[in-house]
Design a protein around this ligand. Structure first.
Ligand code: AHR
Length: 496
């Protein structure tokens, strides 16, 4: 099947903010206890952080990590997680019915972030708590000293302020499952006042307001409109969340699901611009897609968990090869919207619906979805070019007309390199790739073609076989005639 990609460096869709390749560590399941933090593990460093996990996080190169939740945050007292560890209280985490020993708290997260080379996105509890606790948290973290809370931080061993730039104003506040769930009016007012106080402290801090938990919420998209009516001039980003599953057990439908991510983003952009027009505002609202991933394998197992223990095995999806293809399409969707989506967090990072998996006391390895994320994070930081992809499409009951190729072109102006991310959604046919890149010259040479392929859509990586699904180099005798195999994710790298 012929697939012609037309793109020109004169027509730039947007420049990718590296924070598009962010991730998320929630106090959930074994994400922290048994994942990031396991003092008894042979690979733990002097602070109890697993160095095998840190190596994989560094390799993945996530520029921002959202913390500490998620649903967890809506019942979290930040004051419980500071100071000498032996004085920290054990609390009940109502969101996940777990015991929270508060041994990996604020300071530990900040130290860990530094060690893995990431920036924090700190989420504030606007479920059970409000303005007073939020402004105190910002003072504790960011004020240099000379005030009660900044001096308290110093007394806890952190002389320098944490200097956290990015703050989330609550989590999924539209969701009835959220502890302290609110109406759009209630949340909008609260987020506005909290945001105002934070900006009084430091106007350069960036704030994310909660959008809808997904596009099927009955309150979507009125939620966005009402929240922005209250917060438009105070916040910098509106959040989106969306998870995907192979409900129909049908690969054609599953691979088409990125169309719903596209549609969700497009609608939220329209709502933002509508509120901008209503307010006669000059400011453009950007988006923070701070939870996205495939999530569905673990539901039955989750129900069998014993409640009120530390680090239960929750949401430990073992990702298949087909999930990796879908993650490739979702990354293309995010990149395609890089003009408005500036930050995104794959949910999550370790063990719970995550690209990195561990055994408590044992190994750490890369799940299948690690790979498309790794390459997008490595080669997706450039200019996404407007492109037209001429290829046949199929009709899908759920998502409409879907092209067989999901293709995206990234140009790196400083080196002139071009990277092409392509998923072939066709189950049987090769794509014969043709590139039409006017303005980019004809002197481009293919230097590398990396493919993720497997004959079994349900193949997984696990502790016994961590390299079952691995990227491979494809060698081309004839680079004029590039063939893309059916049901594969691909990265093609061109140099001048
Ligand atoms: O990422 C898992 C959960 O999904 C988060 O806690 C919540 O925000 C979302 O519903």
């Amino acid at each position: 099947m012929k697939c012609t990609i037309h793109a020109s460096k004169q027509f730039v869709r947007g420049t990718v903010d590296p924070r598009l390749f962010g991730s998320f560590v929630e106090q959930l399941g074994r994400a922290v206890y048994g994942g990031v933090y396991e003092p008894d593990h042979g690979a733990a460093d002097e602070e109890g952080f697993r160095s095998d996990v840190m190596d994989l996080v560094r390799e993945l190169d996530v520029p921002v990590v959202r913390f500490p939740g998620g649903n967890y945050v809506s019942n979290f007292n930040w004051e419980d997680s500071i100071g000498p560890k032996e004085n920290r209280p054990t609390r009940l985490d109502l969101a996940w019915k777990a015991l929270d020993p508060n041994q990996f708290g604020l300071q530990e997260f900040m130290h860990w972030s530094k060690k893995v080379g990431t920036e924090p996105m700190m989420v504030i509890n606007l479920g059970t708590r409000g303005l007073a606790e939020a402004k105190d948290l910002v003072e504790y973290c960011n004020h240099p000293g000379g005030s009660y809370l900044s001096d308290l931080r110093k007394s806890h061993g952190s002389e320098k302020p944490y200097d956290i730039k990015l703050w989330g104003l609550g989590n999924e506040m539209d969701g009835p499952w959220q502890v302290g769930h609110k109406s759009a009016e209630e949340y909008g007012r609260l987020a506005c006042e909290v945001g105002k106080a934070i900006k009084l402290f430091d106007p350069s801090l960036e704030l994310v307001a909660c959008g809808s938990s997904n596009s099927s919420m009955p309150t979507f998209p009125e939620w966005e409109e009402t929240v922005l009516d209250h917060t438009y001039e105070v916040v910098d980003y509106l959040s989106l969340h969306m998870y995907f599953r192979n409900e129909e057990k049908d690969i054609a439908t599953f691979l088409a699901c990125s169309a719903s991510m596209d549609a969700f983003i497009d609608t939220v952009v329209h709502v933002c611009d509508y509120v901008k027009a209503k307010k006669r505002s000059k400011k453009t609202m950007y988006l923070c897609f701070d939870e996205w991933n495939v999530w569905f394998h673990s539901h039955e197992k989750d129900k069998q968990q014993t409640p009120w223990i530390v680090g239960p095995s929750l949401l430990e999806d073992v990702y298949t090869f087909e999930d990796a293809l879908v993650v490739g399409c979702l990354l293309n969707s995010l990149l395609r919207h890089c003009d408005r989506v500036k930050i995104a967090c794959i949910a999550q990072l370790v063990n719970t619906i995550a690209p990195i998996m561990t055994e408590t006391g044992g190994k750490a390895w890369r799940q299948t979805i690690y790979w498309p994320f790794y390459y997008a994070s490595k080669y997706g930081r450039g200019e996404v070019l407007e492109s037209r992809v001429d290829v046949a499409s199929y009709e899908n009951k759920q998502y409409g007309t879907i092209p067989y190729a999901d293709a995206l072109v990234v140009h790196h102006p400083e080196t002139g390199e071009i990277d092409l991310f392509v998923v072939n959604r066709h189950e049987h046919e090769m794509l014969s790739l043709e590139l039409d890149l006017p303005g980019l010259g004809n002197s481009y040479m293919l230097v590398e073609h990396i493919v993720l392929e497997h004959e079994n859509l349900y193949a997984v990586n696990d502790a016994m076989n961590p390299e079952e699904v691995m990227p491979k180099q494809v060698l081309h005798a004839d680079t004029e005639n590039l063939q893309i195999a059916p049901l594969t994710w691909n990265l093609l790298r061109f140099h001048r």
